[in-house]
Design a protein around this ligand. Structure first.
Ligand SMILES: [Zn+2]
Ligand SMILES: [Zn+2]
Length: 276
């Protein structure tokens, strides 16, 4: 009998806005039917080495990745990069630059919330929630708002105070999609369009594919069955690798392992990464 192996290629840790440390994430993954997991923190690869150490202990292969925030028109586009040579110094310099803009922006948002609504939020507390200073973002602000009883959930915080149309919102410097794709390719990785269903605009999706993306995340915890099938079909037409993952952030569902894909995708990604 053939034994099938599965992988969850999309996970966040405390290196960005996840709740679990890389070690905890791997520990939880060890209870699911998983041979490998991808570590795809936002604009950082700082969780990968700890995950690899834990992965060696728990027998789970760690796929090095990143999730870059980019922009196309007014759409926020997330580009996943797999098998990047993440130790390259120029690559780390770019990530550091992106994260520094995160920090100053989070600080401005907190200042706005305090001055517009008199919230009395302490930026240091927000910073502590983020673990590392350079990864502070809106979810951390939301969590502090919850502890203060201002809102009762993260979606509520975004709806009322942190979303794009809210008064306290501050725009962030972003890479363009072609820049993001090229950075990943130059670092020897495979660029994959994350959760296309969440973009909500398929002509944008087609345009991004035309920029040279090599894979598409058809399987995602927030995709409907219909979206999943649509993007599988699109992948076939455009000759793209199909990837999938839970997008686990650790705060309730989805959990690591909730969305999986056959392990074969790893071999395909590895092969393409070598060619690129
Ligand atoms: Zn994303
Ligand atoms: Zn993600």
């Amino acid at each position: 009998m053939e034994y099938r192996k599965y992988v969850d290629l999309h996970n966040h840790t405390t290196a960005s806005d996840g709740i679990y440390t890389p070690k905890e994430l791997v520990y939880y993954a060890s209870f699911r039917d998983l041979s490998a997991i991808g570590i795809t923190d936002h604009d950082t690869t700082n969780g990968i080495s700890e995950a690899k150490e834990a992965g060696a202990d728990y027998g789970i292969e760690i796929i090095p990745g990143v999730e870059l925030n980019t922009q196309e028109d007014n759409f926020e586009i997330h580009i996943l990069g797999y098998f990047i040579d993440y130790k390259l110094s120029w690559f780390q310099e770019i990530l550091t630059k992106i994260r520094n803009t995160r920090y100053s922006r989070a600080k401005k948002i907190v200042n706005n919330l305090n001055s517009i609504y008199g919230m009395d939020l302490d930026f240091d507390e927000v910073r502590q929630r983020a673990g590392r200073k350079d990864n502070v973002g809106r979810p951390h602000i939301a969590r502090v708002m919850i502890t203060k009883g201002i809102v009762s959930s993260i979606p509520e915080a975004f709806e009322k105070y942190l979303g794009e149309r809210c008064k306290a919102y501050v725009k962030r410097y972003k890479l363009t999609v072609p820049e993001g794709i090229n950075i990943i390719k130059r670092a020897g990785g495979v660029p994959v369009l994350a959760h296309p269903g969440l973009i909500g605009n398929d002509s944008i999706v087609e345009r991004i594919i035309s920029y040279g993306i090599l894979g598409i995340e058809a399987y995602h915890s927030k995709h409907t069955q219909q979206q999943q099938e649509k993007y599988m079909q699109l992948a076939k037409t455009k000759n793209l690798i199909v990837t999938g993952g839970s997008d686990c952030h650790g705060d309730g569902s989805p959990m690591v392992g909730d969305v999986t894909i056959d392990y074969e995708v790893i071999e395909e990604l590895r092969r393409i990464a070598k060619l690129a």
